[in-house]
Write a protein that binds this ligand. Structure first.
Ligand SMILES: [Ca+2]
Length: 131
């Protein structure tokens, strides 16, 4: 029983940590269609305030070598759906650095390293999402 309570507290605090970020297993768009990954323009050093601002939905099978210009170098946090994988590139046409994100919440792409000193904040210019 004590273990169960400890587990529940642990789970609720993990969820609370990214409160504003949607859960990876409940990602659907307004019409109820399954979303492969949701990418947000904002993040925050308070993770519970991450996944803010406008968002861009990637659907299963979306292959986007040139991201819409208004989203270029703008994504700062993201959530990948359960059993899906999002591959991103730092330059258009799938050039530059490449990174794969499996299912889960990335509340702050600033914390995801790229190369020796860089990070992935405001640096996604192409993506491919599969489930
Ligand atoms: Ca941003």
């Amino acid at each position: 029983m004590r273990l169960l309570i400890a587990l529940l507290i642990c789970v609720s605090s993990i969820q609370g940590l990214y409160a504003q970020c949607p859960e990876p297993n409940t990602l659907v768009d307004a019409s109820g269609a399954k979303v492969c990954a949701r990418m947000f323009e904002d993040s925050n050093y308070y993770y519970e305030q991450s996944c803010g601002g406008e968002y861009l939905d990637a659907y299963p099978g979306d292959d986007v070598p040139i991201i819409p210009w208004r989203w270029n170098n703008r994504i700062s946090s993201l959530v990948v759906s359960r059993s899906c994988t999002l591959t991103v590139w730092s330059l258009a046409r799938k050039e530059g650095s490449k990174r794969k994100f499996t299912a889960g919440i990335q509340p702050r792409l600033r914390d995801v390293g790229q190369g020796l000193f860089g990070n992935w904040n405001n640096d996604i210019s192409a993506y491919y999402c599969v489930c």
